[in-house]
Design a protein around this ligand. Structure first.
Ligand code: HEC
Ligand code: HEC
Length: 278
């Protein structure tokens, strides 16, 4: 009897831990702030090919690597992976066959995705229309790490709200603003010493774009009002009306709730001041 009761307790606890998993939440994250499609959806001169959403795209070609953000719809090999396997690939960067997912997928930050959000993302990915788009796989001329850290058992949810803590969660693990807006070092973005200082260069069909400083330093966002920041983040338009360059995923950020955007701005407004790296 006792064994049965404790089994029941375990099952209940298990249910409770996943009580917040929902396809809707997953859809919001993937199409909104997490912007998986900014890398994984094919894009042409007329913008993203939504008939093949998440069907795979060449993200970056440099001497160090040719990175293809492959098809992750149910029309791809991930259909054969269990939910736990797909979740581990996203949060830890390790596929079921043990191989490691390379850059620029921001795995270091995805390690902070809460169980609820991670499994909501997985649940949504299972519902996207299957695309049969096929791309090559990536090639890396640099060594990939054996792993991005120790295995992750569980990550608790950060309570949603317009708080610095939730803003940090959104700007970090979810929307990876700080990945692009910190200078890149040998072992990934320098989050410990240069958080938000900018200076990361992006090369593409648009030429070169350099991520600006997002800290409270005078080189950073101090001169912009909250309204100006919101237009820049969600529409890619500067206060003088000029358009901003890729690869920042403006349309994805436009799908964010007003509250989530407020939380991100609250977080940015308290980033320790750091000068532009040079
Ligand atoms: C900055 C670009 C970028 C973003 C953002 C990104 N990815 Fe990726 N993703 C990649 C690249 C590049 C690869 C392939 C890396 C390789 O070949 O090792 C990849 C690989 C994957 C894989 C492994 C697929 C396979 O068959 O091996 C999964 C699953 C995945 N991404 C899911 C996601 C999800 C879910 C999100 C959003 C939460 C996301 N990615 C956001 C670039 C990105
Ligand atoms: C894939 C990389 C990438 C990601 C992710 C990204 N950004 Fe950016 N961001 C850039 C680049 C590059 C620019 C400069 C664009 C230009 O020069 O036209 C930029 C510009 C900006 C600017 C304009 C600042 C100024 O002084 O001109 C703001 C504000 C900003 N980003 C905030 C954010 C926030 C907030 C997030 C997350 C919600 C984010 N970015 C995510 C690359 C990125």
């Amino acid at each position: 009897m006792r064994a049965i009761l404790s089994l029941a307790a375990t099952l209940l606890a298990g249910t409770a831990a996943f009580a917040e998993v929902s396809v809707e939440r997953g859809e919001y994250l993937v199409r909104g702030p997490a912007g998986c499609g900014n890398c994984h959806t094919p894009k042409g001169p007329n913008g993203p090919d939504m008939a093949n959403e998440l069907g795979g795209f060449l993200v970056e070609k440099t001497p160090a690597f040719e990175a293809w953000a492959v098809n992750i719809t149910p029309g791809s090999r991930v259909a054969d992976w269990s939910d736990d396997e797909l979740a581990r690939a996203i949060r830890e960067g390790i596929r079921p066959d043990g191989t490691v997912i390379g850059p620029p997928m921001p795995i270091g930050l995805y390690r902070g995705l809460s169980d609820d959000d991670l499994y909501s993302i997985v649940a949504f990915l299972r519902t996207v229309p299957a695309s049969d788009n096929s791309t090559p796989f990536s090639t890396y001329n640099i060594p990939l790490p054996p792993a991005y850290g120790p295995p992750i058992d569980s990550v608790a949810a950060v309570p949603a709200g317009v708080t610095v803590e939730y803003g940090a969660y959104l700007a970090g693990p979810v929307a990876h603003c700080i990945e692009c807006h910190s200078p890149m070092g040998e072992r990934g973005p320098k989050l410990d010493t240069h958080l938000g200082a900018g200076g990361f260069e992006f090369h593409g069909p648009w030429g070169v774009s350099v991520s600006p400083n997002l800290t409270t330093h005078e080189d950073g966002l101090a001169g912009y009002s909250d309204e100006e920041l919101k237009v820049m983040i969600t529409q890619g338009i500067r206060p003088d009306g000029s358009p901003m360059k890729p690869p920042m995923g403006y349309p994805h950020y436009a799908a964010m709730t007003a509250q989530d955007l407020d939380a991100i701005i609250l977080y940015l407004r308290q980033l320790p001041p750091l000068p532009d790296p040079s």
